[in-house]
Ligand binder design. Structure first.
Ligand SMILES: C[S@@+](CC[C@H](N)C(=O)[O-])C[C@H]1O[C@@H](n2cnc3c(N)ncnc32)[C@H](O)[C@@H]1O
Length: 548
């Protein structure tokens, strides 16, 4: 056996990789939405909703957001073969795997070192997807497969099993750096102990401050923990065992003085008893388990009702996820202020939940329900008009906002002679931004220096112009740039150029022609994108040249 062979999943066309154009994102302010006033100091406004194919969408985010996303959640079409109202779910397996691979590779690049990926999926592709993710993320970074109980009753017309669950595959970008949150125990018997609520709305229960039950609960055993504490009516209370022997407190005198808010006096027949508070957030956290019952995180029935309540007038969305499920994932994977990304946004559950939980978000959605479902839903969340889902659980009152973007058309188009030329829809700013993305520069046009459109380092700049630059103009640029800095000049034509050590002068579009596939707008899950099968050994290709 060839030693170099590795364990891998293969499929038709695996070797084909699209050369993606990093598109400019164009904001449509009429579709963006912001609260009319701040509700809290932590309101988040820089969220993004991107309308378009997610492969191009992710590519366009890559330069700015690489390494910055804490949690990627995706709920891709499961490839079930059944046609849904909103998208074509029946896609050939190879095509599905190829398209997932291309997206997952960029998603991995976007994740921060301590970030994680969460994917919902069912039996149709789960096991293939697991192997694919192992290949992209490394098998060592696989964390777990969670079983989400998606339904609450059997489907009576099932031929074999009535499927009750979906999977959630969980991967770390880098297992060593990843920290998974813990769950606050609110659904278990232990939670019944948290029978009191303090002024801040936090649940707690009381435990006597006097030590009890161990052989060490006497004054004699720990003399320094025997001291009087003043009750609300001024009485001095000492720790006394029920048999009359001097007892001892659990806390030191210093701690009693330092944390009076954590103590509570209770008047009983025989006088005052002192207790300390144990909060739900304190010790009673538990690791997430791998089975998530619908009673805890909702089912498909819950989520359909949630979306229907929000956007009933434009019809139901077939495959939303429940808000409680997303809350659990976001709770485990992120902290407030972290960035959450969903590139198969559907009805926008991820953004809605992230928003209510004080996380920043980016969503990408290709379907028309981006307008009919996501925008109205997020507007209601921001305006404090969505009472459903997790609103009560997180005490959401509204606030913040998002910007709506669409993908710019391809930078290059063919003219009537078949030559690639700069797309007429591009203005100077779009052209500069597009070339910054292509050349790996950060687009940051200077107000004062006309040739600074972006930078790659503090001393390396880019200048984009459709002008034909003369020797004199290049000389002037070189003088302004000076010996300490460098400038990449992209222009449609120029004279000279080689003689300036601080300038690199290139022609557009020639400089970028071979960089990517131009004019390719459709990388979505369409069967017609499937690459052709290679001919079987010994078989002549049907079309084109036979082997020479
Ligand atoms: C299962 S749904 C996601 C549902 C979502 N989790 C929710 O709670 O509403 C999958 C979504 O992915 C979208 N989608 C499929 N292919 C896409 C692509 N290439 N680019 C962007 N979105 C895509 C579909 O339009 C669909 O809305």
């Amino acid at each position: 056996m060839n030693k170099k062979q590795k364990l891998e999943l293969t499929w038709i066309g695996k070797e084909n990789r699209p050369k993606l154009e990093p598109r400019v994102l164009i904001e449509d302010p009429d579709k963006s939405h912001h609260a009319t006033h701040r509700i809290t100091d932590d309101d988040l406004f820089d969220n993004q909703l991107i309308f378009g194919d997610n492969l191009l969408g992710l590519k366009s985010l890559e330069h700015q957001f690489a390494g910055k996303v804490k949690c990627v959640f995706i709920d891709p079409p499961y490839n079930t073969g059944s046609a849904f109202e909103h998208y074509d779910d029946g896609v050939e397996h190879s095509l599905w795997l190829a398209l997932m691979r291309d997206r997952l590779e960029i998603l991995r690049h976007l994740l921060s070192e301590d970030g994680s990926l969460w994917i919902t999926i069912d039996d149709n592709e789960a096991h293939y997807l697991k192997v694919l993710c192992d290949e992209i993320f490394g098998r060592a970074n696989f964390i777990s497969t969670v079983i989400w109980e998606k339904s609450d009753s059997p489907k009576m017309d099932s031929q074999f099993f009535s499927s009750r669950h979906d999977f959630v595959l969980v991967y770390a970008k880098s297992l060593g750096a990843m920290k998974l949150g813990r769950l606050i125990d609110t659904n278990r018997d232990a939670a019944k102990h948290y029978n009191k609520i303090d002024g801040d709305g936090r649940s707690y229960y009381l435990k006597p401050l006097r030590a009890m039950g161990s052989g060490e609960d006497t004054r004699e055993a720990r003399p320094t923990l025997y001291f009087p504490i003043t009750a609300p009516d001024g009485t001095l209370v000492y720790p006394k065992r029920q048999d009359g022997v001097d007892g001892r407190w659990r806390w030191s005198k210093e701690r009693v003085e330092r944390e009076p808010d954590k103590l509570e006096w209770v008047k009983i027949k025989s006088g005052w008893s002192l207790y300390y508070k144990i909060y739900a957030e304190g010790g009673q956290q538990r690791p997430a388990e791998t089975i998530w019952p619908h009673a805890e995180v909702g089912s498909n029935r819950t989520s359909k009702a949630e979306v229907k309540a929000l956007v009933n007038q434009v019809g139901q969305f077939d495959t939303p996820k429940p808000e409680a499920l997303m809350k659990r994932i976001i709770e485990l994977a992120t902290s407030p202020g972290d960035l959450v990304l969903d590139s198969f946004a559907g009805s926008g559950t991820t953004g809605a939940v992230a928003h209510k939980m004080g996380r920043r978000w980016i969503m990408v959605e290709l379907g028309e329900h981006c307008h009919t479902h996501i925008i109205p839903r997020l507007k209601k969340v921001i305006d404090g008009e969505d009472p459903g889902g997790i609103t009560d659980a997180v005490d959401w009152k509204g606030g913040g906002g998002f910007r709506y973007y669409r993908l710019a058309p391809s930078l290059l188009e063919k003219d009537k002679w078949g030559n690639w030329v700069i797309n007429k829809e591009y203005n100077a700013a779009m052209l500069a931004e597009a070339l910054c993305k292509l050349e790996g520069f950060t687009y940051a046009p200077s107000d004062s220096v006309h040739w600074q459109h972006g930078h790659s380092t503090e001393r390396d700049f880019i200048y984009v112009t459709t002008a034909n630059l003369s020797r004199e103009q290049l000389q002037q640029l070189s003088d302004e740039v000076g010996p300490e800095r460098s400038l990449l000049v992209l222009c449609t034509a120029f004279r000279g150029g080689g003689e300036y050590p601080n300038l690199t002068v290139k022609k557009i579009p020639k400089q970028v022609l071979s960089r990517c596939e131009w004019g390719h707008d459709d990388y979505s899950l369409q069967v017609q994108n499937l690459p052709k099968a290679p001919p079987k050994p010994g078989q002549q290709p049907l079309f084109g040249e036979a082997e020479k």
